[in-house]
Design a protein around this ligand. Structure first.
Ligand SMILES: [Zn+2]
Length: 207
């Protein structure tokens, strides 16, 4: 997809069919881009998010006068790679899914966030999906719950490992214990130095 009108058409169809859409775009100057996972009713659709939503189906309004859309193969390649990787993560359920990843090529800066759907989205089907998804465990909730379960499993395994099933304990060596006990009763050299002369005299008298 390389234009606003086509994106809006696909967006409307996906909202209507409750079809997940993974989209990407590169800016006009080709030094920033984004990838976005759109799950109808659960994440912002193409129409939900500003600034595109404020433009009412008129592509001319979002194209600046005299600006020719640049094409930088490296930015395109990086963006395509990230989109393919993110799609694999979603399909094969590994790692953290990037719901909306933006890339600034000038600074090599990435920003990763999730945009919630707009309850006042101009796409009626988007609003309908939002109402439906509020009542069920959708894709996002399922992924979050899966992550929670995995975390709990990991913690459980850690506990088992720490306690160990054979009840083996690490005990202190008896000689070591004895030495420590003796050490407690002995006055260290440092403590001796700090004793006042009077204290020492009193101790001598008591002998
Ligand atoms: Zn929407």
């Amino acid at each position: 997809m390389d234009n606003y009108t086509a994106r809006m058409s696909i967006n409307a169809a996906c909202n209507s069919l409750d079809q997940i859409w993974i989209e990407s775009g590169v800016s006009e100057d080709a030094v920033s881009s984004h990838i976005q996972v759109m799950i109808p009713g659960e994440t912002a659709c193409f129409c939900c998010a500003t600034p595109l939503a404020i433009v009412e189906d008129n592509e001319a309004d979002i194209k600046r006068e005299g600006v020719c859309a640049a094409s930088l193969p490296t930015t395109m390649g990086i963006t395509a790679g990230f989109m393919a990787q993110n799609t694999l993560k979603f399909l094969l359920e590994f790692g953290e899914l990037a719901y909306c990843l933006s890339y600034n090529a000038r600074l090599d800066f990435f920003n990763n966030y999730r945009i919630m759907p707009n309850p006042e989205c101009k796409d009626r089907e988007c609003v309908e999906r939002q109402k439906e998804k509020a009542k069920i465990e959708g894709v996002v909730k399922k992924l979050e719950n899966k992550k929670l379960r995995e975390k709990e499993e990991k913690n459980k395994k850690k506990e088992i490992h720490e306690q160990n099933q054979w009840g083996i304990e690490l005990v202190q060596d008896r000689d070591e214990e004895k030495n420590q006990e003796q050490g407690k009763n002995e006055i260290s050299e440092e403590e001796r130095k700090n004793e006042s002369l009077d204290d020492l005299m009193n101790k001598l008298k008591g002998l």
